[in-house]
Design a protein around this ligand. Sequence first.
Ligand SMILES: [Zn+2]
Ligand SMILES: [Zn+2]
Length: 240
Amino acid sequence: MNKITKWFNRVLDIFYVKKCVACGELLTYDHEGHLCPKCEDEWTEAKELLCEHCMEMQKNCRCGFGRQYVDGVRHLAIYDHDEHDYITNRIVYALKKGGFVEIFDFVSEEMANELVEKRMLQNAVVVNVPRNPKSIKKYGYDHARKLAVRLADRLELEYVDFLRHSRSKTEQKMLNKEQRDLNAKANCYARQKYAPKIKGKTVLLVDDIGTTGAMTGACASLLHRHGADKIYCILAAKNK
Ligand SMILES: [Zn+2]
Ligand SMILES: [Zn+2]
């Protein structure tokens, strides 16, 4: 996005002009949903792809998540590192950089639709996988937190701001699998004052994208340690 487009988008946002959250195309006022027809088609197709590793439907795929950690994982679609312009990538990118105002509405709605077994959410609270403070500083917000708050609202559940990430210079993407697990464990901590809100509860753990599952694992083990009964993880995307 060049400077003029960026500026123009800001102006449109001020007037609440509706735009496709994945490509920025203008939508008509009576347009239903947050995607333009082209992105809608691509997104529907992306959600129907099978996991390349286990050949399961994406909603049943648990690749990268240890069974010992979470009781269930759902993700909406696959993120493809090699295809910058892939629909899922654009959606994750918009979450991270906050490109389009309604991106959080869109993704939280998609997540809520995915969580059809409402019974499993009885007695549940919503928690997010925390961001590195360095990245919060860079983008101005923690997008997983924003998403979790919006999702909790939609599901009429309580959001608990329970987990934090300590200041860390080591980026997860620079490490191998084993180092990632250790690094994630070392950096993730719980806010004790909220511990009573976790004990005996089902926790819905929210994140944008699960890379190796290291952060999810670290969060889940903290939640277990604080007496969470069951942990379900919901992600916008999963790495190919
Ligand atoms: Zn679009
Ligand atoms: Zn899989």
